[in-house]
Design a protein. Structure first.
Length: 230
């Protein structure tokens, strides 16, 4: 036999001495209804795996019902909020946030009719509407810079026609288109460059800002989407 080891017994580093029969906080003997493994926190609180499972199952059971309730409320709100309406006496434009006066709507429809009669593409209508918006805000003005008149502010003294002619929306639109289709690359060039080549304005970039409005108005005019009060 070997001699007994006389060296003192050393406990492993970090081990905690406990008296006989000591049980860690939260410990339950087998067979006493223990719900499952427990995690013991430093402050003595316990958190069982079973409790975590119950919480997850509870969340899964009620969140579909919550989504249905939110969707129902959203649907009711959608049904009860009225659609935007135009101010009295103004015309609505489908798909657009702006409205027109009856005069502006009538002039826009006239420009569209002339463009279609010439079998020109929508791009021609967009350019013509944007130009008229900049020059007169789609109004048939009987005044302007020097002798400029009408929707496109054309000058009789510069060969655009007589005063009576340029004050006729159909005639003035036709004269604008005559010059526009003569601009090289007008179908693909920047709108303001095409308009400026025809109008020769002192503010050559001013037409470009009207392209979004003219595009929306063109789409509405193509689908009878301009509605005026009767």
């Amino acid at each position: 036999m070997e001699a007994d080891d006389q060296r003192p017994h050393r406990r492993p580093s970090g081990a905690v001495l406990r008296p006989p029969g000591h049980r860690a906080p939260g410990h339950r003997a087998p067979g006493h209804g223990a719900p499952g493994p427990e995690t013991v926190h430093r402050d003595g609180r316990t958190h069982t795996a079973g409790r975590r499972r119950r919480r997850r199952q509870g969340w899964r059971s009620w969140w579909p019902a919550a989504l249905v309730a939110v969707a129902t409320l959203a649907g009711l709100a959608w049904q009860t909020v009225p659609a935007p309406t135009a101010a009295p006496g103004r015309c609505t434009v489908a798909g657009a946030s702006f409205t027109l006066t009856p005069e502006q709507a009538a002039n826009a429809k006239t420009i569209a009719a002339v463009v279609r009669a010439r079998r020109l593409p929508d791009r021609a209508l967009v350019i013509a509407l944007a130009t008229a918006e900049q020059e007169s805000h789609l109004r048939n003005l009987q005044y302007g810079d020097r002798d400029s008149l009408g929707l496109f502010q054309q000058r009789p003294s510069q060969g655009w026609g007589t005063a009576a002619q340029v004050l006729d929306p159909t005639y003035s639109t036709g004269r604008f288109l005559d010059h526009m289709v003569g601009v090289p690359g007008w179908q693909t060039a920047r709108l303001t460059d095409v308009a400026q080549a025809v109008q020769r304005s002192g503010a050559p970039e001013a037409y470009q800002k009207w392209e979004p409005v003219a595009t929306q108005l063109t789409a509405a005019l193509s689908s009878a989407g301009v509605d005026c009060p009767s």
